[in-house]
Design a protein around this ligand. Structure first.
Ligand code: FES
Ligand SMILES: [Fe+2]
Length: 377
């Protein structure tokens, strides 16, 4: 953290920022072409591990989360042995959905249609009226499992049952960075879904601080230094460090006295769609951006975390203030601009979009998209 604060302070004093080599152009078709989009959804979102749940959402054996991701119904369950497993939330008899979306506790999963029963490992343990149903081998009718791993307080899942998941390889050195957040120890205050513009339009806004003074002048921009980015990359994953407005106060202070985490703000961006943003020291915003069926829409799941469960009125108020501020910044500032971009994207005004040298994380993101599309995963 000291190193990051030093790098941020050097930029602050020199009015500079980390820079990419060059300005980069990306054809607008990368944002609009429906065929390309369909391929990108298959290769990037259905082959790579996605951070779909937080460990703290499944606190004990029998905790489960049912959710729908890219039109795929999932059931993520912590078993009696503590291991988290992921399944398609689809009964193996005639395909009914086992649980409606949401988090809860269950010892078994009983299908609402004809009451077949599965345990927390996905095994079929009961088949109502089996004498009349006829012989079936239970082992052939367990829930369809998906590759799943729990690491760094996040549950990672590959949406394709035939897929593979090597989470250590996927996260690489980024795992150690994510571990510093101690994500599993936070308290989930609130979770909500926000409709947003297209995937790339949306994600671009999470990867730069160039827009903060202008667009977020009344909200999160009040806390961050606009256009100051310290960037570290870990394969396709990125850690963005922003300076807080107090950063300049470090100048002239002996380094022994620095409290660096009060003066910088970290965003851990896990490719392709998870952003973990510590905006104020004891609050954190986790954003998951899920591409819609078409290139022009997404759903963002915002999870607001507090370091400790707020107890006193003052703590509750602080957490609520944080929650409202990030909601306002995203729903009322970022996404209206994004919807505007989306509405005019076919206007012909731009043949390409251009990413500045100061938007290095945006550049990296699009290069990694291109790389996965070209070489596979
Ligand atoms: S569809 Fe589930 S028991 Fe029939
Ligand atoms: Fe923004």
């Amino acid at each position: 953290m000291m190193g990051l604060a030093s790098r941020a302070l050097a930029h602050f004093e020199a009015r500079t920022t980390d820079l990419a080599e060059e300005v980069m152009q990306n054809p607008v078709e990368a944002y609009t072409d429906p065929e390309r989009y369909a391929r990108e959804r298959e290769i990037i979102f259905k082959t790579l591990p996605l951070g779909l749940a937080l460990s703290l959402e499944l606190p004990e054996p029998g905790s489960y989360k049912a959710m729908t991701v890219l039109e795929t119904p999932l059931l993520i369950v912590r078993g009696e042995d503590g291991t988290v497993r992921a399944f398609l939330n689809v009964c193996r008899h005639r395909g009914a959905r086992l649980k409606p979306d949401g988090c809860d506790q269950a010892r078994v999963f009983s299908c609402p249609y004809h009451a077949w029963v599965y345990d927390t490992t996905g095994a079929l343990i009961g088949c109502y009226g089996e004498d009349t149903f006829g012989d079936i081998n239970h082992a052939d009718y367990g829930l369809t499992g998906l590759p799943c791993a729990e690491r760094c307080g996040v549950i990672w899942v590959v949406l394709d049952p035939r897929g593979v998941l090597d989470i250590d390889e996927w996260l690489g050195d980024f795992a150690a960075e994510l571990d510093t957040l101690k994500l599993s120890e936070w308290h989930l205050h609130e979770q909500r879904e926000l409709p947003g513009p297209g995937w790339k339009v949306t994600i671009d806004g999470y990867l730069e601080v160039y827009h903060h003074n202008q667009l977020h002048g009344q909200t999160v921009g009040q806390m961050t230094v606009g256009n100051l980015l310290v960037l570290d990359t870990y394969g396709p994953h990125q850690r963005l460090t922003f300076g807080r407005k107090t950063l300049g106060s470090l100048a002239g202070q002996p380094k022994e006295d620095w409290q660096p985490d009060e003066h910088v703000r970290l965003i851990h961006s896990c490719f392709p769609n998870l952003s973990i943003s510590g905006i104020l020291g004891d609050h954190c915003l986790v954003s998951q951006i899920f591409p819609g069926p078409n290139p022009d829409s997404t759903i963002t799941v915002q999870s607001v975390l507090a370091a400790e469960k707020p107890v006193t009125d003052q703590e509750k108020k602080q957490t609520e203030t944080f929650s409202e501020m990030v909601l306002t910044a995203v729903r009322d500032e970022d996404y209206p601009v994004g919807f505007g971009i989306q509405a005019a994207i076919h206007s012909g005004a731009n043949k390409h979009f251009v990413y500045g040298r100061n938007e290095a994380a945006v550049q990296n993101y699009h290069r990694w998209v291109a790389r996965f599309m070209e070489h596979g995963v």
